[in-house]
Design a protein around this ligand. Structure first.
Ligand SMILES: Cc1ncc(COP(=O)(O)O)c(C=O)c1O
Length: 407
């Protein structure tokens, strides 16, 4: 990263001037409040926003590193973990912690599994077996913690191919098998019972990545099994800062087996002059606001609030899917949650047209597709979005024609 030609100002600047500067800088950012973004932010409406502002403000300065200094944070963290565990059918004795996000939850699950495999099964050169569609956080965990990443191919429906997985799980080397509920690229849910069953038969732990689905699927009565109700599921990651609707910095990592496994996650150290240092997180100092905000929004919404928001989001998904397919575009796989990916022979040119119309859609490459993560607040823009998409399909232009492949 090239550094800008900037130094610390010799004299401080006035607050009003700075706030104006911040507002001006922000004006070039994605307009998520206007429903223009289809990833990164999960707007749930003004009442949730107000709760989040209050909670973040109240806990702006505290540090969640030391639970003895700020017992309110320790209590709220335990309650967030317990409420999440309850939603995911965790058995009595399960344990867990809050992390900074889905990536940390997944990386910690990978590290814990590696250390368990080493200590309990003597695994020296561990592998991590995940579907090809698994989030890059797994590859990051494999890289940081020195595991070999093994990818399970996916079927035509973009779900992990169970028979291929069979030969990839090696009881002598595999530290962890994982599946997504749902995966990011296509929003489809892997065959979790089958994958977890294969892992369990071989004595290998299984992780369900419910970063996307952890606060959606429990409120969807026809969701396929994906959580601790499935035998063999050992750990689950579930992000409060996605469909739990809190501000960034809040995920939950749960362990079925409780204290026995949590000891692998814990870092305790006293071989220095500074006293005993203990932490379950990758970070040292931890922001307190995400804990307070997660606790507040979960209590503010409750089961009925989440159910209402999930139903509204799924209505949006259904309306968008019908509209997209009616325009002759093809939705990839059969997404059952809150993500849609769709393609067309000229999809990248259509994406360029949608950019020009002020929409922010992620682009995917295998196959080429546009990608949407759908929120409850998107109901306000569906009509306009589909209108702009119709115009883009009718006249995609030639912008990226040379690059178009249809797979
Ligand atoms: C399925 C899935 N898992 C994990 C993650 C990683 O979450 P985070 O960005 O909070 O680290 C994401 C992010 O989109 C995701 O979609």
């Amino acid at each position: 990263m090239e550094l800008p030609d900037v130094v610390l100002p010799a004299h401080g600047r006035a607050r009003d001037e700075l706030v104006n500067d911040l507002r001006a800088r922000k004006s070039a950012d994605a307009d998520w409040r206007g429903g223009r973004t289809w990833s990164l932010v999960y707007p749930a409406g003004p009442d949730v926003d107000e709760v989040l502002h209050e909670a973040n403000n109240l806990y702006l300065h505290e540090n969640a590193l030391n639970p003895f200094r700020f017992p309110s944070l320790a209590d709220m963290e335990r309650e967030v973990v317990a409420m999440t565990a309850g939603l995911l059918h965790a058995p009595a004795g399960a344990s867990g912690s809050m992390t900074s996000g889905g990536t940390e939850s997944i990386m910690q699950a990978v590290r814990v599994a590696r250390d368990r495999a080493r200590a309990e099964r003597g695994v020296e050169r561990p592998t991590l077996v995940v579907p090809r569609t698994a989030h890059p956080a797994f590859a990051k965990g494999a890289k940081y913690f020195d595991l070999e990443l093994v990818q399970i191919p996916v079927d035509d429906d973009f779900r992990a191919d169970v028979s291929a997985a069979e030969s990839l799980i090696d009881p002598a080397r595999t530290a962890l098998v994982a599946g997504s509920a749902p995966n990011y690229p296509f929003g489809v849910i892997d065959p979790i019972p089958e994958l977890a069953g294969l892992a369990a038969e071989r004595g290998v732990p299984f992780h369900t990545d419910a970063c996307m689905g952890g606060f959606v699927l429990p409120f969807k009565p026809d969701a396929p099994p994906f959580d601790f109700a499935v035998p063999g599921v050992s750990t689950i990651s579930s992000d409060v800062h996605k469909y739990g609707y809190t501000t960034k910095g809040a995920s939950v990592l749960l362990h079925r087996e409780g204290a026995h496994v949590l000891q692998y996650q814990a870092f305790l150290y006293d071989d220095w002059p500074g006293g005993l240092y203990g932490s379950l997180a990758l970070a040292g100092a931890r922001p307190a606001a995400p804990v307070a905000a997660a606790w507040s929004v979960m209590n503010h919404l409750g089961f009925d609030g989440y159910t209402r928001l999930v139903n509204r989001t799924l209505d949006n998904v259904a309306a968008l899917r019908t509209g997209i397919e009616d325009l002759g575009l093809r939705v990839l796989g059969d997404p059952t949650a809150t993500i849609l990916a769709f393609t067309h022979p000229r999809i990248m040119a259509i994406g360029d047209r949608m950019d020009e119309a002020g929409w922010h859609l992620d682009r995917q490459s295998g196959p080429e597709a546009l990608h949407m993560t759908i929120s409850p607040e998107h109901h306000r823009v569906i009509h306009q979005f589909l209108g702009d998409l119709a115009a883009a399909v009718a006249d995609p232009g030639t912008a990226r024609d040379a690059e178009i492949r249809y797979s």
